[in-house]
Design a protein around this ligand. Sequence first.
Ligand SMILES: [Zn+2]
Length: 220
Amino acid sequence: MFVGHYGPSFAVKAAQPAIPLWLLFIAVQLVDVAWSVLILLGIEKARIIPGITASNPFDLYYMPYTHSLVAAILWSVAAGTLCKVLFGLRNWPVAAWIGTAVFSHWVLDWLVHRPDLPLYDDTMKVGLGIWNYPAIALALEAFLLFGGMLMYMRRTTAINAIGHFGPPAFGILMIVIQAYIFFGPAPNSPNELAVTALVSYIVFAAVIQWLDRQRRDATV
Ligand SMILES: [Zn+2]
């Protein structure tokens, strides 16, 4: 999953407006940020298959440190704790929301991945495999993204035209990028995929933070 991961970040922002939206954008992708770094370091591994194919669903990935269930829980606890220490978030429930945002990544990946997500280490791999139906997978990503965004848009109000039109326009752009990933050419190498992912996550977080500044909490 790619842009659908941002649905939970918008939902958490609607529930906890004090948490910066850029931080939530990184939180929901933290597992993939770590994955990208570990791919570039050669510690975790991925095999590129040309296009979307249901063949050989196993052994596409070796990613015990980021995408095993146990690892995802550890990343979530670590991220919540780190945010509490670094940002002095007022109380533990706020840190728990950040941990929940991080953990949402694994749950949503579990829906779409073919069975390549280990429960622990590199064994007992699970995944419901919605990716085998790209049109349905794309619709799910859009539903999650815009569902979360709707909660955020209701909780906040635009202070100018950019704040009004910016988030939906950005959402549409993200869906277009996602569709290109689904139906466009496959990346040339796992490293290329990792770099593209890292750059995307950072740019998306920067853009949404800028857009969020064009809106304010509607309840205060
Ligand atoms: Zn992932």
